[in-house]
Design a protein around this ligand. Sequence first.
Ligand SMILES: [Zn+2]
Length: 325
Amino acid sequence: MKTSILAITTSIALFSSLSTLAETTKTLPIIEQQAQVAGYYQYQAGDVQITALLDGTNYLSPTLFKGIPTAKVTQILKKYYADQAKGVQTSVNAFLVNTGSSLVLVDSGSSSCNGPNFGSVIKNLKAAGYKTEQVDTILLTHLHPDHVCGISDKGVANFPNATVYVADAEANYWLNPKQVAKLPQDKQARFKQTVEKIQQAVHPYQAKKHFKTFKLGDKIKGFDVISTAGHTPGHFSFAFKSGNEEIVFVGDIVHSHSIQFDQPETAIDFDTDPKKAVQTRLAQFARLAKQGQTVAAPHLPFPGIGHIYSKDGKSYQWIPVHFKD
Ligand SMILES: [Zn+2]
């Protein structure tokens, strides 16, 4: 008698737990994908704190890669598990460097210049604990909209106390009104559209005389400038030493952690001078792989901080920074 009561009780319990399970499975809501990361990542290099700021991500068509057969592009993307239906995911990152005496922003993201997927740099800078007023220096690797547009919003400076620095060759290329006539007819319309965005972004700084140019050999707030022309005519990288570590903010010497590391001689459609851009990448990759500097890159997967490795001096590997809490 006792046993049968137990059996009945057990089977009721089992039944009720099974029905609860069935109910749970049926009613469990599907959670929509949330923002995957905080949008900032802090990396300490000696006394210097670098905060990577995510502006957003988007998908690039694999056809934008030049000087490489399509089949090879597909093969490399498959190898890296990067062959997504929407294209090759690409990040836009900016970097905030707290040197102790200065708060320096390297590149600034797209703001609203490249569509709704971008424009989160300011939000993420605040989330990281900083204020836009604290930024005193902005270093621009070049003047493409995904690097310059974030400095302003509708004609108003986003960083009211900052001075913007760009290479004189870069400013002369994009901001000299005589430049457009030197370009082939079919490139002029796109160039003018880009120039309009750049002018709007830099205007509030020019009006306050907070827009300055630099040249090779100059040093700005402890940053050395490195000529890395090719992607644009006045493209520069910036290097900062902290203790035994050197961090190089490479800018657009690379746009893909898969194709352009595996086959670094691959150009991209956005390069002003593709041949020179490839030469620059080959020279910088060789140097960075040999010397082991920490690299901060605006278009490698967020946070875009890591190292470059080469086994044979011909192809390279991106070694992202290991997550530290
Ligand atoms: Zn870019």
